[in-house]
Write a protein that binds this ligand. Structure first.
Ligand SMILES: [Zn+2]
Length: 282
């Protein structure tokens, strides 16, 4: 049984014209990233569930997007809530929120009322906040109070560039997690590659995912990680990103799940495919 902690979904209006929507709603990064992006599929919730069935994915968490404007975060949250609530046995969602905006508490409270399970993913470079700021600590405290896991998009400065890649401050993100012990974190994309560092000491309250890994390190990379990191890894795909663009015309889940099942050692597979998802979202 597979649980996927890192997926994406967008409502029909965005899916119909990502660049057009972004232009009208002052989301330049989203527009640049998604506008001409042939790697991104946009799926209806019904297709989403069908792809889950085909991959034997029992539950999935839909991550919010790191929109720059609070109004767009709130809007996405309402649409995601409407999409997820009919399928709450299989789907849950993390809230879109920008902790740089003064109303983040209101956004989190609304999300909590709607039954969201976490906050994120967040992107410090795109959203314009600092992991070292007092505001980020307040944000963490607010999430901890709601038992919201915080998902951060971390990108690897050593990794290959892709169009519209924006840097993230990875080491300050780890410092923030160590400082905010009552909060729990999901550091996406192998924590921006920090997990491979020789003297890396994993914070107790941080989990990791393998989202988009076909474009990052490949499944063989798990062999390079110490047990203490593997124990905190959760399966996350980044669906509906097309992870195998040469092989499939549209996003699917099955291949990535199978590739990971073959690569992850048996002793970690329960936590990887299910246990750590439950630790993060309950
Ligand atoms: Zn993502």
């Amino acid at each position: 049984m597979i649980f996927d902690i890192h997926t994406h979904w967008f409502d029909e209006e965005i899916a119909a014209s990502p660049a057009g929507w972004a232009g009208q709603n002052s989301e330049p990064h989203f527009g640049a990233l998604m506008g001409g992006n042939k790697l991104q599929s946009f799926k209806s919730i019904d297709d989403f569930l069908r792809d889950m069935d085909a991959a034997e994915v029992e539950r999935a968490a839909i991550q919010g997007w790191y929109f720059e404007n609070s109004a767009n975060c709130r809007r996405w949250n309402r649409r995601a809530y409407a999409a997820v609530k009919k399928h709450s046995d299989r789907l849950c969602a993390f809230a879109s929120v920008n902790c740089a905006s003064s109303d983040f508490e209101g956004v989190l409270s609304e999300a909590f009322e709607m039954g969201f399970k976490g906050a994120g993913e967040l992107h410090d470079g795109v959203q314009g906040f600092s992991f070292g700021s007092a505001q980020f600590d307040e944000f963490c405290a607010c999430c901890a109070e709601k038992n919201f896991a915080i998902c951060l998009h971390l990108s690897d400065p050593r990794g290959r560039d892709y169009p519209n890649k924006v840097a993230t401050q990875n080491s300050p993100a780890f410092d923030a997690a160590r400082r905010n012990k009552s909060a729990k974190f999901l550091f996406a994309h192998f924590g921006g590659g920090e997990v491979f560092a020789e003297n890396f000491s994993p914070p107790e309250n941080v989990f990791y995912d393998c989202a988009a890994n076909t474009f990052l390190y490949g499944a063989a990379a798990y062999k390079k990680l110490p047990d203490s990191v593997m124990e905190k890894f959760a399966f996350g795909s980044d669906y509906s990103l097309r992870l195998y663009p040469r092989k499939y015309k549209t996003a699917e889940m099955r291949e990535f799940a199978a590739e990971n099942a073959a690569a992850v050692q048996k002793k970690f597979s329960q936590k990887f495919f299910r246990g750590n998802f439950e630790m993060l979202v309950g």
